[in-house]
Design a protein around this ligand. Structure first.
Ligand code: PLP
Length: 445
């Protein structure tokens, strides 16, 4: 253990981590094994993985069928390039499967290795789409404050969480942000998007992109009329609408894709995470027939965009098996049903505690907010570090969760594997209840 901690400190630069803190303390948890909703560390301590690791292990940990599918495919054909006119059967079948699952007008898939690459690919495809139609000036991407779209250059520029821009000094041009509907509602957010379009010049705007539910921003669920209004606004200005389904795709919100909750068809969707439940790094962009037609008719020469691992045969075989499990085990429906149970549990804690503000779920994507005064929604002082205390209290009780603090809000997010059952939800809620009451007592003393 000690040796691993020292080696980690010396050689491993962790993603999204305080490097100074890591140097001081080393890794908090070295995970040895995953099984169902549980992760076990090297000392044998088991934790409920209430985040599905990074919102992605939808079918749960330790699924042997996936290991077998990967082994079989690797023995047959681990990888071949799909550049130019080469192809392979799993990638072809996966593209068809995703087209069948997506809204009816989205039928052509470009594959990547993850969410950020998918969003950057989408941004480049969108700009290409306008350029080949003789409108190269239509290149701006509008997205929302508190949105998270990844860490590659385009994806970070579209992200609406300023900490991500600060790291490298400046971001790309051609991106602008409007206000999220969280707290201000549909009308004000739509007005904000309109103002940004007008300020940038409508003829320079290529697309609006948003997560159906803002995940890293704190599980911010838009009002029920929001995306209908977004679609209307995009149509009014003739701009494309892209849904970032990296978290919300593949059952997370109780529907196959998150945007279905708002009964709206986007022009493009990006996906990653749940498409393989994290068993293989794979993502992609699915585009509408209309976009595909323009690409087919007007792209001249080579599409100079592609990754070595686009259409990875083993990744595609893993994704196909993962989707088969999601379907055969009714996990999308389970996500909806267990999401309702999770919400009931969160509401019962709210009734019992004096520091719980809003609680919300959509499928198995949920959040609980902590406030000093629920009646007036007065927030805690950031100095009290309520979110960190809560995450620590949960950790002590065997639950891995993710906290978000933004603009004085203290939020703990939940995104457990979609295989979770009622008894396990009850255990999770009980541990959360104990954690909330313990932190409440700490704050009172
Ligand atoms: N988009 C959303 C909505 C995400 O939540 C994430 C990652 O959390 C990404 C994009 C980036 O995906 P990746 O980390 O696979 O690059």
């Amino acid at each position: 253990m000690k040796e691993l901690i020292e080696l980690d400190k010396k050689h491993f630069i962790h993603p999204t981590t305080s490097i100074m803190e890591q140097q001081e303390k080393g890794p908090k948890l070295i995970v040895e094994k995953g099984d169902g909703i549980y992760l076990t560390d090297k000392e044998g301590n088991a934790f409920i993985d209430a985040m599905s690791s990074l919102w992605n292990v939808n079918i749960g940990h330790g699924r042997k069928e996936i290991a077998e599918a990967a082994k079989e495919q690797m023995e047959q054909l681990a990888f071949n390039s799909t550049f130019s006119t080469f192809s392979n059967e799993p990638a072809i079948r996966l593209a068809k499967k995703i087209a069948d699952l997506a809204p009816p007008s989205l039928n052509a898939v470009f594959f990547t290795s993850g969410g950020s690459e998918s969003n950057d690919s989408a941004i480049k495809l969108i700009r290409h789409y306008w350029k080949i139609q003789g409108q190269p000036e239509r290149n701006k991407i509008i997205s929302l404050s508190r949105g998270y779209h990844g860490v590659t250059a385009g994806a970070t520029s579209a992200t609406g969480i300023p900490q991500f821009w600060d790291m490298a000094g400046h971001m790309l041009t051609g991106f602008a942000h409007a206000k999220t509907p969280y707290e201000i509602g549909t009308t004000a957010s739509i007005q904000s998007i309109r103002e940004v379009i007008e300020a940038e010049g409508p003829e320079t705007v290529a697309a609006f992109m948003a997560e159906p539910v803002q995940g890293a921003g704190g599980v911010l669920i838009p009002p029920s009329d929001y995306f209908k209004e977004v679609r209307k606004l995009c149509d009014e200005y003739g701009i494309l609408f892209m849904a970032d389904e990296v978290i919300t795709g593949f059952g997370r919100t109780g529907t196959m894709f998150g945007i279905e909750n708002w009964a709206v068809e986007p022009d493009l969707m990006s996906f990653a995470k749940g498409v393989t439940s994290g068993y293989f790094p794979l993502g992609g962009v699915i585009v509408s027939d209309q976009i595909h037609e323009v690409l087919k008719e007007k792209s001249q020469g080579v599409l100079f965009h592609g990754f070595t691992y686009s259409g990875h045969a083993t990744g595609a075989a893993v994704a196909l098996k993962n989707i088969e499990i999601l379907e055969n085990e009714g996990l999308v429906e389970n996500s909806r049903l267990m999401g309702e149970e999770l919400l009931k549990g969160l509401q019962s804690i709210k009734e019992e505690s004096v520091i719980v503000g809003d609680v919300r779920t959509v499928g198995l994507l949920g959040a609980i907010e902590f406030v000093q005064d629920p009646a007036t929604n007065t927030r805690f002082s950031p100095d009290l570090k309520v979110t960190s205390r809560m995450i620590e209290a949960l950790h002590e009780r065997g639950v891995i969760c993710r906290g978000v603090t933004y603009d004085g809000t203290d939020i703990v997010c939940f995104s457990p594997p979609l295989i979770i059952n009622k008894e396990q939800i009850d255990t999770l809620i009980e541990r959360l209840r104990q954690s909330v009451l313990a932190v409440q007592q700490e704050l009172e003393s």
